[in-house]
Design a protein around this ligand. Structure first.
Ligand code: SF4
Length: 491
């Protein structure tokens, strides 16, 4: 029995692997199914044509969807099912699980929707075919890395643990009851060793919801650090943290000695009201303190932020805008234009209006404060003028490169390029702040503001090209560690 699992790349800042798909493939292989993985691309009929035979070779097709690709992908598979009615098509992924009823109602062709964490259900849909598992050479420590082997970049996603101890109102991890597990020390270090020394990956992106959750994790992480040092495994890595519980500084320093160069943490919003209302307690003071700690150690950082939510009041909008300017993050329009998702069944979900046009209802609400709603619409319209994903990438990739160059003592050779990066970053931050501040006060923007945005985009793009081209020529290894920032497979 052949099963094909297909998905679209949703994050451009990570490797192309979907860990959940990779693990699920391994689960099916163990039950005697032949499994193929494939990636599709939104709006790219030339590329998708190269995948069609791979898709049709399967008896069962699983589409792992994300809210960004759902409306495109579901129609693709609906057309396929019309011509090949005997193919079984299943859908999975958090978005599908949260919206299962609506999807089933609108797309009757689907054979089923399942949650990959729900062992009882998946055992029923995919019973063991034969006791002997199907061997597949691309399985690495329980994860099918088939797609990863196609990607030439030296960066890769992995997990040291799963699940989360927090309960942020806007997050699906606990709603969908993701199990809390940790990977045993030896097994994890073996996996790291394989990824680094056999697959040649040098920038590891730990996708754990929270890498260090509380003191209960400290000993385990110290053992991992010790083992990595003993085995002299050399790589750079990034982790996700929450600063609601603060990671001990000594532990952070030890992680730094084995290659920590980047931390993601959720700030979300510095207004007290937002934090209380959404169960996310990260103060402005704590955030700034933590940023100082990271900066003094040459650890770059990336934050989760939600500028607009249902309950955002006008005064808080300005407060948060000032904060983003202060920490220099206004090169990230993505966090400005994406208002808080209200997930089905969570607090406030009754305010969502029912749009029959699409499955995703999470954004179907007007912000309570009319002035904030106006600002939200203006900001979205304004940033439609540029490709915001690329714009952010121009800075974040160079930011990672600088941290690695400094670690390797190669930053002097890039002195001019690094200066240029900071000059452009500051200019972007200041100019965007000025435009948004006026937009929020006067409820409009001008043609000149759009021209400024075009100029900034072009400047950022050129800075990025010059930096990365030199990197590619002088230290190609570091160049290959940078996520390439595109939907395509990095080949
Ligand atoms: S800390 Fe992160 S993973 Fe955990 S509930 Fe909050 S948003 Fe979700």
């Amino acid at each position: 029995m052949n099963i094909g699992i297909f998905y679209y790349r949703s994050l451009y800042s990570q490797s192309i692997c979907s860990l959940s798909v990779g693990k699920f493939s391994d689960f099916l292989l163990n039950r005697g199914y032949n499994v193929k993985l494939g990636v599709l691309k939104i709006d790219d009929f030339v590329y998708n044509r190269t995948q069609i035979n791979n898709i049709l070779a399967n008896d069962i097709i699983i589409y792992k969807t994300n809210y960004k690709d759902f409306e495109y992908g579901i129609r693709f598979f609906k057309n396929l099912k019309e011509i090949y009615p005997n193919k079984e098509i299943y859908i999975t992924g958090p978005f599908a699980n949260l919206n299962a009823n609506r999807i089933k109602e609108s797309y009757k062709f689907i054979n089923g929707i399942f949650n990959m964490q729900d062992i009882e259900t998946i055992e029923k849909i995919f019973p063991t075919l034969k006791e002997q598992k199907v061997e597949k050479s691309t399985v690495v420590y329980g994860i099918d890395r088939e797609i990863e082997y196609l990607e030439k970049g030296k960066y890769i996603n992995l997990e040291a643990s799963t699940g989360c101890i927090y309960n942020c109102a806007f997050c699906h991890v606990n709603i969908l009851k993701y199990p809390k597990n940790t990977i045993e020390v030896d097994r994890l270090v073996n996996e790291i060793d394989f990824l680094v020394n056999k697959m040649g990956k040098k920038y590891l992106i730990f996708n754990d919801s929270v890498f260090w959750k509380n003191n209960g994790d400290t000993d385990r992480l110290l053992k991992i650090i010790k083992e990595i040092k003993n085995r002299n495994i050399r790589f750079n890595f990034m982790i996700y943290l929450s600063i609601t519980n603060k990671i001990p500084i000594e532990l952070l320093d030890k992680l730094k000695t084995i290659g920590l160069i980047r931390v993601f943490f959720g700030v979300e919003n510095i207004s007290n009201k937002f934090q209380i209302s959404n169960n996310k307690y990260v103060s402005e003071t704590d955030t700034k303190k933590f940023i100082k700690i990271l900066e003094s150690r040459n650890i770059t950082y990336h934050i989760g932020f939600i500028l607009f939510s249902y309950e955002t009041i006008y005064e808080d909008l300005l407060l948060n805008l000032n904060f983003l300017r202060e920490i220099g993050k206004l090169f990230r329009p993505g966090i400005l234009v994406e208002k808080m998702r209200i997930l089905p069944g969570t607090k406030n979900s009754e305010i969502l209006y029912n749009s029959l046009e699409k499955i995703d209802q999470a954004y179907n609400y007007k912000i309570k404060d009319e002035r904030v709603e106006k600002c939200y619409n203006l900001i979205c319209e304004y940033f439609k003028n540029i490709n915001i994903r690329y714009f952010e990438h121009f800075f974040s990739s160079v930011n990672i490169a600088i941290a690695i160059l400094k670690n390797y003592g190669l930053n002097d050779e890039f002195k001019n390029e690094i200066e240029r990066y900071y000059t452009v970053l500051n200019e972007v931050n200041e100019k965007i702040y000025k435009i948004l501040n006026e937009m929020f006060i006067n409820f409009k923007y001008t043609e000149t503001d759009v021209k400024i945005l075009f100029d900034l985009y072009s400047k950022a793009e050129f800075m990025h090209i010059m930096f990365t081209q030199k990197l590619k020529e002088i230290v190609p290894d570091i160049f290959k560690m940078l996520p390439h920032g595109k939907e395509d497979i990095n080949i």
